[in-house]
Design a protein around this ligand. Structure first.
Ligand SMILES: [Zn+2]
Length: 630
């Protein structure tokens, strides 16, 4: 498709919208008062009729789209995700050509017979009574407006479509590996997001999503044999039964399932005849639903509600309050995938695994559901931050790795560094050369980035900064520099260099103790920065009689330093231009032990050169490599 050229009209910000924005900002938890001061809005009303035996459904949708941007819009693009599940699609070809294919996909799309492929066909597109052009090309379709949608104006689009649900390959589809019949995610024509960077029309390759905030009113007509769970609250529980109300579910004909969700950027659901339903009403919190196949494994699902409640409380306390009325954990899809107010997870797992995946997907409610960065562009802000808080919660919940909850993230990231397979985190999620570089980058390095930030600004400022980030940016699609600025304001430090290196380069941390000279009246330690990424250095010297002396060496580029711990000595800052740094202590310290980063905050690629111990009573000179370590 040709690139959309918006008629630029950058100066218009109507006073009415501006005032409305201020009013919303002051009253609503869904405020967006931050730069650029506007975002698009959408309101979907959908009527869906499912023909379960053929795995097809028809949809009718009235969608109101509000153009809060300063640009006149001539066309509006939609995602048509199901079209990815056809032989020869971009997703298919990509899956067969990447060096390390996702085994869930591989060449499965190529082998789908016609009745197992996915498609969405727009039958009618209208604005008012006027039929308009809707041109689909793979997983993106463009609707041409009869006249340009001016800044501040809204339009109501009527779409009718037919769709075939693909056999479950990746995330959505019918009949997943555990027999869940319908995993309905990325399933309807969804308007692409438009922001101050323009349209975000990523063809669907397989990962990471982005959408417009809005309200969904979705009615699904489905055979009474099925039970449905999904995004939003069910408006007619009495008619549906199945644990949504005490009444029995109808056993014949069709049930109309009416769901409503406000201030979300997507809508997902799943249906199966064998679903059972547990409900936990949180005090001062959302209602939690657990929907899974009756024969699903090991009883783990019975223990899940209480732990999920603790996770909701943990994330609410450490990030920010959960704002929606419900959250639903649904068995479906493959692995786990987050959606607003719900998740689909593979169900037959032991308790530790089920809790792990649920804790991860639930944490996405904050980072993907409420903060909702463009995760195609900034996957680390979504997957990395989600993984970080998940690790913190699981360490507490299972009382395991409490000293090093991020051990696996550091290990995975550093293995990739050592293998030379790393790609910069600024890479678009779909465009990494390998799946491993994406996965390890987005999840592990993203988790490291947030954890290691404590080495620069201190853990207290980092933790307070996470809450401040949520307060200032939830429901606003923040980007990397927005996050950086929050952390700068919270710490009072300059963080350009940290983020620049961590996001746009593959440089890593490796600081070494290169020489030590212990003489009769002094101890001189030379440090060397082997890895290019410059971080502050914590240097611990433990004397022969066990006295601990901690030193902090900030980087010049932060223009300051983190708060010092009690008894910690501040040394002169280390300029990144200088490969070495000398610490000269006016005391002879024979028998001391010297260690860099004893707390393990930094992802130092070679810890073997971080520590040296000297024999008691010996005054000596030692140089790394020149003579054997003592
Ligand atoms: Zn995730």
């Amino acid at each position: 498709m040709a690139t959309f050229a918006a008629a630029m009209n950058a100066t218009i910000h109507t006073p009415r919208l501006f005032l409305l924005g201020l009013l919303i900002a002051s009253l609503s938890p869904f405020a967006f008062a931050q730069y650029p001061g506007w975002q698009q809005e959408v309101e979907y009303t959908m009527d869906i009729t499912v023909d379960a035996p053929t795995h097809r459904y028809s949809g009718v949708m009235d969608v109101t789209y509000v153009n809060n941007s300063p640009d006149a819009l001539e066309r509006i693009p939609f995602h048509l995700f199901f079209n990815a599940f056809q032989p020869g699609s971009m997703m298919d070809v990509r899956s067969r050509n990447i060096a390390d294919p996702d085994r869930r996909v591989g060449d499965r799309i190529l082998g789908l017979p016609e009745d197992e492929q996915g498609w969405v066909t727009i039958g009618s597109a209208r604005i008012g009574k006027t039929e308009v052009v809707f041109e689909a090309n793979g997983t993106i379709g463009w609707l041409t407006l009869p006249k340009a949608l001016a800044p501040g104006k809204k339009t109501k689009i009527h779409l009718e479509w037919d769709a075939q649900v693909p056999r479950q390959v990746r995330r959505s589809g019918w009949m997943n590996a555990q027999g869940v019949e319908f995993s309905m995610t990325q399933w309807y024509p969804k308007i692409c997001e438009y922001d101050h960077h323009g349209w975000h029309t990523n063809p669907y390759i397989g990962r990471e999503f982005h959408g417009v905030w809005g309200d969904f009113d979705v009615t699904i007509h489905m055979d009474a044999a099925y039970m449905i769970g999904g995004t939003g609250t069910l408006e007619n529980p009495e008619e549906c039964g199945h644990g949504y109300s005490d009444g029995p579910a109808p056993t014949e004909g069709m049930i109309d399932w009416h769901f409503v969700a406000e201030d979300v950027h997507d809508f997902a659901w799943a249906a199966d005849p064998d679903f059972v339903h547990d409900v936990l009403e949180m005090e001062d919190g959302p209602t939690l639903h657990f929907i899974y196949q009756a024969d699903t494994a090991y009883g783990a699902w019975k223990e899940l509600p209480a732990i999920t409640e603790r996770a909701v409380r943990y994330y609410s306390e450490h990030v920010g309050a959960y704002p929606w009325p419900q959250y639903t954990v649904i068995e479906g899809g493959d692995g786990g995938m987050e959606y607003p107010m719900c998740t689909l997870v593979r169900g037959n797992r032991n308790l530790r695994s089920l809790v792990g995946v649920t804790a991860h997907e639930l944490a996405h409610a904050w980072f993907q559901g409420m903060l909702a960065t463009n995760e195609s562009l900034h996957e680390w802000m979504d997957e990395g931050f989600t993984s970080w808080i998940e690790s913190e919660f699981l360490a507490e919940e299972f009382n395991e790795s409490v000293d090093a909850p991020h051990y696996w993230a550091y290990g995975g990231y550093l293995n990739l560094v050592r293998d030379g397979g790393e790609e910069p985190l600024s890479t678009h999620a779909d465009h990494y050369v390998t799946n491993r570089a994406y996965g390890t980058g987005a999840y592990s390095k993203g988790e490291v980035l947030l954890n290691q930030l404590a080495a620069v600004i201190g853990a207290d400022a980092r933790n307070a900064g996470i809450k401040r980030y949520f307060d200032e940016w939830s429901f606003s699609h923040p980007g990397p520099m927005d996050f950086k600025r929050v952390m700068e304001r919270e710490s009072g430090l300059e963080l350009d260099t940290y983020f620049q290196y961590m996001l746009n380069t593959t440089h890593h941390v490796d600081v070494a103790i290169s020489s030590v000279r212990i003489s009769a009246d002094s101890t001189v330690i030379e440090l060397e920065r082997i890895g290019k990424l410059p971080l502050p250095v914590d240097l611990r010297i433990t004397t022969a009689d066990g006295q601990v002396m901690d030193h902090h060496i900030p980087q010049v580029v932060t223009q300051g330093h983190r708060p010092l711990a009690e008894g910690e000595t501040l040394l002169a800052p280390w300029p990144w231009t200088h490969p070495t740094y000398t610490v000269a202590l006016p005391a002879s310290l024979p028998g001391c032990t010297i260690e860099i980063d004893p707390a393990g905050w930094t992802a130092d690629a070679d810890r073997k050169n971080n520590k040296v111990s000297f024999d008691s009573g010996v005054i000596q000179e030692w140089r790394a490599g020149a003579n054997p370590a003592p």
